[in-house]
Design a protein around this ligand. Structure first.
Ligand SMILES: NC(=O)c1ccc[n+]([C@@H]2O[C@H](COP(=O)([O-])OP(=O)(O)OC[C@H]3O[C@@H](n4cnc5c(N)ncnc54)[C@H](O)[C@@H]3O)[C@@H](O)[C@H]2O)c1
Length: 254
């Protein structure tokens, strides 16, 4: 897919991986709408972009708010790209420190944002892309975001790992489902990336995480995720696949 004369929606685009992707897409001339819960950050990103990036405040699990964001994108150009980065983490153990069963509410909340949110955003984007005129045999392409926790979830990551494994599981079936509509779906499974989530950790913890990555022995840069997302959008042969982006890291149990 050629990245011009089109619009794109980037969820979680006010921060981290989504922000880097929104900026790279905007630099290529794509009309970008970022959707994020964080209103102040989202507005700041839009202001700094000088109009290249628009902000729609919204929750990926909220259909009305997501439709408003897709309406805004379609008012700027044909919606041909979705990059879905919004996601949250949060520790849950099966048996907590007091010997009580882990929190069902916390489990449900993380599944709702990460997994149900992904289904919601994907179905809404796909229904709109399906109405596009095909260009070079394509109506659109979608990039989802899992995590290597989908494969090697660490202790405490049970809701996060379950949700991300669900995203990996939906990738091929989504690509098959949307094949007749000429829409592709791929997922990126990042390892350890230097985004605001990790920036909060003490320097020695960041250094030890970085050293755990075989090669290159450092945290990933958000721009490296963005490069992958843009490549997926551009390469028509990539479909139904989850790409690990992790410097050969395989996570230990803790
Ligand atoms: N950074 C990493 O090392 C890493 C590793 C593996 C996977 N990931 C995944 O990559 C994605 C982006 O992570 P990041 O590191 O850029 O995080 P981040 O916290 O910097 O950005 C995530 C953004 O999503 C937004 N968001 C959260 N819930 C939302 C919701 N319900 N609706 C709309 N927006 C919402 C947040 O406000 C935030 O701006 C996440 O799905 C995360 O699980 C990150």
């Amino acid at each position: 897919m050629k990245l011009h004369e089109m619009s794109a929606v980037v969820t979680g685009g006010a921060s981290g991986l989504g922000l880097a992707t929104a900026r790279q897409l905007a630099a290529r001339g794509v009309s970008v709408v970022i959707v994020d819960l964080n209103e102040s950050l989202g507005q700041e990103v839009a202001r700094e972009s000088g109009g290249a990036i628009r902000f729609a405040q919204g929750d990926v699990t909220n259909t009305d708010q997501m439709n408003a964001a897709f309406d805004l994108a379609e008012s700027l150009g044909t919606l041909r790209a979705l990059v879905h980065c919004a996601g949250v983490g949060g520790p849950v153990r099966l048996v907590d420190r007091d010997g009580e069963p882990g929190s069902l509410e916390k489990y449900e909340s993380i599944i709702r944002t990460n997994l149900i949110g992904t289904f919601n955003v994907l179905r809404l984007a796909a229904a709109r892309m399906a109405r596009n005129e095909p260009v070079d045999g394509e109506r659109g392409a979608c990039v989802l975001t899992a995590s290597i926790a989908a494969y090697e979830g660490q202790i405490g990551q049970i809701p996060y790992a379950s949700a991300k494994a669900g995203i990996v599981g939906m990738t091929l079936v989504a690509a098959r489902d949307l094949a007749s509509r000429m829409i592709r779906v791929c997922t990126v499974a990042p390892g350890l990336f230097d985004t605001p989530i990790l920036a909060k950790l003490p320097e020695e913890v960041r250094a030890s995480l970085a050293a755990s990555v075989p090669n290159p022995p450092r945290l990933g840069h958000a721009d490296e995720y963005a490069m992958t997302a843009l490549h997926i959008l551009e390469n028509p042969m990539l479909n139904g696949e989850t790409i690990r982006l992790d410097g050969a890291l395989r996570m230990a149990p803790r």
